[in-house]
Write a protein that binds this ligand. Structure first.
Ligand SMILES: Nc1nc2c(c(=O)[nH]1)N(C=O)[C@@H](CNc1ccc(C(=O)N[C@@H](CCC(=O)O)C(=O)O)cc1)CN2
Ligand SMILES: Nc1nc2c(ncn2[C@@H]2O[C@H](COP(=O)(O)OP(=O)(O)OP(=O)(O)O)[C@@H](O)[C@H]2O)c(=O)[nH]1
Length: 457
């Protein structure tokens, strides 16, 4: 890492300020070549570290922009290297020109995630913390953000290190006993180790148990609105989206028919999946069949089934209600403002799910519905707190591998295998856990992880 990298660290759109970041041994030198102070006397090479310096970026005689230049000498910087940040005006062209100028005078354009990669390689953070950086950036709700910040501050690293220390202690004990059988007795050790392994497995299991919640927290609760044509699905979606003043994103899904809008309800993200089919005015349930409708809902975390209270239930409703029995669902009785043909009581006889009456038209009953949704995921099954959440599939796989290795240790103990058998699987568990924090991981994995970052991070 002898070269000096540079990138625009802020978004490439017109904004108040743009930051061009440089990291590497020549940061000050390069900044010196392009910086002019107001009176022309101040030199970036000579200013104290951790100062902010007003001036201009120039390419020879040409002034590129008016800026503030921040100097942070390593190791007291994000990357641990000498760093210079140039705060310029946040115009796309201004940012581009400043970047081009520092590149012209010796910096190399950074690859995605290269600053954080350097921070990792320089020991400023472990791999789980580096991965948290991207999660902080991508967090879509306050719980996901909180969890990512915990990870950034090292809570996963700490938990993993604690388990690893206990494993290495056992390995060390076995090794020394095998080396020095006269002084260190290994009699009855199998039993002691068995108890310790059980505790360690429990701890791993505790962490693994957070995966489901972690996934819902990070990715949002996949919610599908189902119902027959004209039941009021679109009206409901619009209210839910509108009421929460959510960041509405229209993402074209895998098929052109599927639309997804994300809303945040009580701090939890709901990914509202709406199929164009179900949205259209055609009689989709009949057209595509009940089975297909349910298929849409197959891997949903929550189904909102909308029933029009002004028309009688038919076979399709009954069939769908039946099929929803073993799913997580709320049955919504819409059009409460009209004379009812279907009542809550009638519906309750047909479903074990909560039934909520609303009028999408008059916007009534929506609070109750939202409360119901919140209770379902929040006070009920989900209890987001300050605990650690495993949200990263790589971490999950490593924890599972460590657990499997510990199970092998248990087998060996039971089968009264020689002690060095214990060490091998203990070591595997130790290394699997090590991969979470980036110990002895291959260059390929490191590159893959950082390639998912944005440029400038
Ligand atoms: N302008 C700017 N804002 C930013 C960042 C940045 O790099 N630049 N960050 C980048 O993501 C985040 C803040 N993270 C940072 C993490 C560590 C250090 C750092 O210099 N650490 C040194 C010194 C600490 C100290 O002085 O106490 C260290 O840990 O030794 C800086 C920023 C968000 N805001
Ligand atoms: N009176 C009354 N009309 C409603 C209510 N909710 C929706 N509607 C009306 O019912 C019709 C259908 O509403 P949509 O929201 O388009 O229903 P949908 O289920 O999305 O319909 P499709 O797109 O055909 O599948 C519209 O004319 C709405 O104005 C309600 O609570 N009360």
């Amino acid at each position: 890492m002898t070269d000096t990298i540079a990138a625009v660290a802020t978004a490439m759109t017109a904004s108040g300020i743009g930051i061009i970041r440089m990291s590497g041994p020549d940061s000050r030198k390069i900044a010196g070549k392009v910086y002019r102070s107001k009176g022309g006397k101040k030199r970036i090479e000579e200013v104290s570290s951790h100062t902010i310096n007003y001036g201009f970026i120039c390419d020879g005689e040409e002034t590129i922009d008016e800026v503030l230049v921040m100097v942070m000498d390593g190791p007291r910087s994000y990357t641990g290297e000498d760093t210079v940040e140039i705060d310029c005006h946040g115009g796309v062209l201004a940012m581009k020109r400043v970047l081009e100028t520092v590149v012209k005078y010796g910096a190399r354009p950074a690859e995605p995630g290269e600053f954080t990669k350097r921070a990792f390689l320089n020991g400023r953070m472990d791999l789980s913390q580096a991965e948290a950086v991207i999660d902080v950036i991508n967090a879509k709700n306050e719980y996901a953000l909180k969890s990512s910040l915990g990870q950034l501050k090292g809570n996963i690293q700490k938990a993993i290190q604690e388990i690893r220390e206990r494993i290495i202690f056992q390995i060390a004990y076995i090794e020394s006993a095998l080396d020095d059988p006269e002084h260190i007795s290994i009699d009855g050790y199998g039993e002691t180790l068995g108890k310790e392994v059980e505790l360690l497995k429990e701890r791993l299991q505790q962490l693994l148990q957070t995966v489901r919640e972690g996934k819902l927290m990070k990715e949002g609760i996949k919610t599908v609105i189902l119902g027959k044509p004209n039941a009021g699905k679109s009206s409901l979606l619009n209210i839910l989206v509108g009421e929460e003043r959510a960041i509405v994103t229209d993402i074209a899904g895998t098929t052109r028919d599927i639309l997804e809008e994300s809303i945040v309800l009580h701090g939890i993200s709901l990914r509202m999946i709406d199929t164009a089919g179900i949205r259209s005015t055609e009689d989709v349930v009949e057209k595509i069949g009940v089975k297909k409708a349910i298929e849409y809902a197959k891997d949903a975390d929550l189904i909102l089934y909308v029933v029009d209270s002004s028309v009688p239930l038919d076979e399709n409703d009954r069939e769908i209600l039946e099929l929803l029995q073993d799913k997580r669902a709320i049955v919504i009785l819409n059009k409460a403002d009209l004379d009812p043909v279907v009542t809550e009581d009638i519906l309750r006889k047909k479903t074990k799910h909560a039934v909520v009456s609303i009028s999408a038209k008059e916007e009534e009953g929506i609070d109750l519905l939202e409360q119901q949704m919140k209770d379902m995921f929040f006070d009920g099954e989900l209890s987001f707190n300050d605990e650690i959440y495993i949200t990263n599939v790589r971490h999950k796989a490593a924890l599972e591998e460590a657990k499997r290795s510990l199970e092998l240790v248990e087998n060996s103990i039971q089968m009264q295998m020689p002690e060095d058998f214990f060490s091998i699987d203990l070591m595997n568990a130790y290394e699997a856990l090590g991969s979470i924090i980036g110990e002895s991981v291959g260059e390929d994995l490191v590159n893959e992880i950082f390639s998912k970052f944005c440029t400038g991070k």
